[in-house]
Write a protein that binds this ligand. Sequence first.
Ligand SMILES: O=C(CCCl)NNC1=[NH+]CCN1
Length: 329
Amino acid sequence: GTGVVTATPEQGDVEYLSPVTIGGQTINMDFDSGSSDLWVFNTELAAGSQAGHSNFNPETSTTFQLLQGASFEISYGDGSGAAGNVGTDTVNIGGATVTNQAVELATAVSSSFVQDTQSNGLVGLAFSKLNTIKPVQQKTFFDNAIATLPIPVFTADLRHAAVGAYEFGNIDSTKFNGSLSWTDVNATSGFWQFSSQQFAVGTGPTMNLAGGQAIADTGTTLMIADPSIVNAYYSQVQGAVNNETVGGVTFPCAAQLPDLAVDIGGNYMATVRGDDINFSPVDAAGTTCFGGLQAGTAGGLQIYGDIMFKSQFVAFNGGNNSIGMAPHQ
Ligand SMILES: O=C(CCCl)NNC1=[NH+]CCN1
């Protein structure tokens, strides 16, 4: 069958949370197309780390089975991480159900996860080759579910300050304008990766980023792009400065931000709304705002995170390793 769950943004769209039922226990988790582990806050964690969270209790699940000798250890692009033991259980996401899903029980989590009490773990939706379970790597929920889905697809419909949805096994064409533009992904890295070699700032000329590559990553809040894109973009924003103290580009909150169009695989220019690039105020007065577009390393892999998803409906096809994109309805 298919599965559909809400995707509810935290304050400031920092991340999006969706209900996942594990062994009959429903827990809000962060769906992450940039990683491939399903791990959860649980009753094995130190009490201080459990505080404020929904904690999965493997002892009260009648279907949980420990995977003897298995462990995981993951670290993310933002430096956060988690590690612990592994079991299997029945995982149900909005009706799409996997009976033997690897469920990773964190026994250690970094402070950013502990502090974010709305989020109780991650559901990795990148390719299973990135799964960190040892000694035997395990599959993602999507990989385990794919054969039972009517179509081998999941979709992300993320919205600014509004409830969106993740859907498994169905493409809801009422959620986007026109038709999806499809692009082959290169799964070699384990990410939903595609070439992104052109961009345009506002109504300006299309510019080239030779060899540019990017990933579609719902688990990253911002858009991390090549410095050439970031410089070209903020050169069009009055008062934009690279603010070392804050750790990125800021600008006056009243600034008029242009749209940013980025190439998706040579087939489609995805327009990211300027308003969504005005990410959040950094001062109490709300005078100075932090950019949703920030620089990565020159020539490095670009990370198109939630800032892009707020403008684009995205379908991930695990049947032929492609990504479909269209502006939200
Ligand atoms: O780790 C990354 C970047 C992959 Cl290049 N995205 N996923 C994620 N999950 C939590 C923080 N970030």
